[in-house]
Design a protein around this ligand. Sequence first.
Ligand code: 5GP
Ligand code: MN
Length: 343
Amino acid sequence: MTQEDIIALKKRLSTPQNIAIVIHYNPDGDALGSSLALAMYLTKLGHRVNVLSPNIYPAYLEWMPNCEKVLIATEQLQLCESILTEADIIFCLDFNAFHRASLLEPTLAASKKFKVLIDHHIDPIQDFDIIYSLTSQTSSTSELIYQFIADKLNDKHLIDKRMAECMYVGIITDTGSLSYSCNNASTYSIVGDLMKFGIDGEIIHKRVYDNFSEDRVHLLGYCLFKRLIVLDEYSTSYIYLTKEDLNYFNYQQGDTEGIVNYGLSIKNVRFTAIFTERDERIRVSFRSKGNFDVNSFARDHFNGGGHKNASGGNSYVSMNETIENFIRLLPQYKSLLNQPWDE
Ligand code: 5GP
Ligand code: MN
């Protein structure tokens, strides 16, 4: 984002605009946190703002300020499409390619309206009028939204406690509570700034992480006891969940979020995956320690992408075939996987 971009955007924002903010499919704390904070800011500037999500957000984020105002494409597709079509400005937050907007992709891709991308994923598509994309030295889109409002648009005085809560949720959920993707002084100084708006980090943490259903906690136990496989030879582990498993534990959207990380918590494991059976596809998430690049792995083998240490993708064959394909790929990465990860 250049100085000219900032001037052009400020000019557009100097008169009331219809603004749509679009986030990615299966929105997480960062997608919701960044979009809700940006929406509150733009509303304060006098614009008409709608946040559009391709599908429902997880129940443990329902408490977030203004969450109930988010429009869900799977529930109100026509309304979402007409808001997108009529918007003067479209902000895309926390994703790097239109297909991540799922049902909203066709309208988004066809739109000729002024589009702004704010995101931290590698290799964003370039179909935007303004791109504010940082992929390293930043934790989350929420961190970028803070910088966008406070530093780029010079409006720190418009940030309030509710906006700060939203951005804090985005930062802690994208960094595993400040344990990865946060080796930057800027992340910590922004967290410090957010605290000064009067947020209670401890309460927010409990709202996000101590807010699971009983079924979800049992599902986690089941994954760890019955569905976690370790492949010592490749310093790799994986978890798999079938539809029957999910039904047994009354699966709700978001229930498998975060479970993948447990596969990486084992000593000497530096690459892990979770395979989850959905309708007509197997959803895959990858995590790694150190330099093993799961963004490339997901792109090359699972129609996906993400970041170096956290990525996702899909497989369109059965669970068994998917796992077999995964295991078949490992020998070519063996020497990389068996290198020390912390040097
Ligand atoms: P998760 O495993 O939590 O679903 O995703 C991890 C990271 O990879 C997130 O940053 C997410 O945006 C990205 N990601 C997940 N699935 C996909 C996908 O199918 N395509 C791309 N390009 N990125 C993905
Ligand atoms: Mn994010």
